[in-house]
Design a protein around this ligand. Structure first.
Ligand code: NAP
Length: 316
């Protein structure tokens, strides 16, 4: 079985992924990151985007006539989903032990940071004893989460277990303990109006692009706080900057941006109420993701579709 890494990460994966394939009973395989025209017998492609000179390297999947599936190393697949040469299932990474936990921990840390107003006591210590500023406890705080998929629902569940009031918005209605699940335009408006802290965990699609525009940002309560761990293009940056300058939005913690790395001159770097993190919210750990990839390949060779099959028409 020939498995091709359309990724520059093969050197990191080679040993561990090979071990995981062997453990699961796949013995005769060849791993390569060489895309020569003669590789027509490739059955699986492990994919991650590669940027060359600031542009995404375009891939041609059509020459791999025996291709059974493309397996993404990441949960975000917007750069490959519309590739016209892709004629087999595209499987996004669902890695509960690694990626999902990583995102849950990052969202928890920043939610608690904003909820408790921790920055106030960390930055600019000036000898003033500000003991009169109180913060609410979780049961008195409402958090909105846009996107209740693999990542959003795990974040929602944990925050609800801590006692926060949770409103979650998704395309289809969910049953998640402690979470008010809302759908549709009215559901979005209701979620935004309630969200003292709003967490974005939507994929980037035609329907979600710039979902946080001027109008929707205006629905957030005054002094609300925002966390974006989804994609930069979910937000109209100019509108957000206006809201941050006016104080309508008190703080934005942003991990993802329309252009990455975020250019040095971007206002987000200098706005005092913005925290920039460099797209580090969730890591894809090599060991846990190797286990997922090996299991997915085994499932596919035995004619079972694994979790994470992307719906091209839906866009995620
Ligand atoms: P997922 O499982 O595909 O879930 C997507 C969620 O968004 C689902 O709940 C879906 O609703 C909802 N949704 C999609 N389009 C919608 C629409 N038009 N209206 C309402 N709800 C909509 O994705 P995931 O694995 O949780 O990942 C989410 C995103 O996180 C990824 O796409 C990626 O962009 C981002 N991400 C960021 C990092 C980072 O390090 N910052 C790391 C990994 C992933 P249904 O459930 O009803 O289908």
């Amino acid at each position: 079985m020939k498995i091709l890494f359309m990724s520059d990460l093969l050197p990191y994966y080679k040993k561990i992924f090979s071990e995981e394939l062997e453990k699961i009973g796949i013995k005769n395989f060849e791993l390569s990151d060489n895309y020569s025209e003669t590789d027509t017998d490739v059955e699986f492609i492990i994919y991650s985007p590669i940027m060359l000179g600031g542009k995404l390297l375009k891939r041609d999947f059509s020459k791999f006539k025996k291709l059974k599936a493309v397996l993404s190393l990441y949960a975000g697949i917007e750069d490959v989903i519309h590739n016209k040469t892709l004629n087999c299932p595209l499987i996004k990474m669902i890695d509960k032990d690694g990626l999902t936990n990583s995102m849950v921990e990052w969202c928890l840390a920043h939610t608690l940071r904003l909820h408790l107003g921790i920055d106030r006591h960390i930055y600019g210590q000036d000898g003033i004893w500000r003991h009169k500023i109180k913060h609410p406890i979780a049961k008195d705080r409402t958090i909105g989460i846009l996107g209740l998929g693999e990542l959003g629902k795990s974040v929602a569940l944990l925050l609800s277990q801590l006692g926060f009031n949770i409103y979650g918005w998704s395309r289809t209605k969910k049953k998640i303990k402690g979470v008010n699940s809302l759908v549709g335009c009215a559901g979005l408006r209701q979620t935004l109006r309630k969200s003292e802290i709003l967490i974005l965990l939507l994929p980037l699609t035609d329907n979600t692009k710039f979902i946080l525009n001027e109008k929707n940002l205006s629905l957030l309560p005054k002094k609300s706080q925002l966390i974006n761990a989804g994609r930069g293009e979910l937000i109209d940056d100019r509108a957000l900057i206006r809201k941050l300058r006016s104080g309508h939005i008190q703080n934005a913690t942003l991990d993802v941006f329309q252009k990455e790395p975020l250019p040095k001159e971007h206002p987000y770097w200098s706005l005092p109420n913005v925290t920039v993190t460099p797209h580090i919210a969730a890591d894809t750990p090599i060991l846990s993701s190797s286990k997922v990839l090996a299991q997915n390949i085994k499932d596919l060779t035995e004619n079972r579709l694994p979790a994470g099959v992307v719906d091209v028409d839906r866009g995620y």
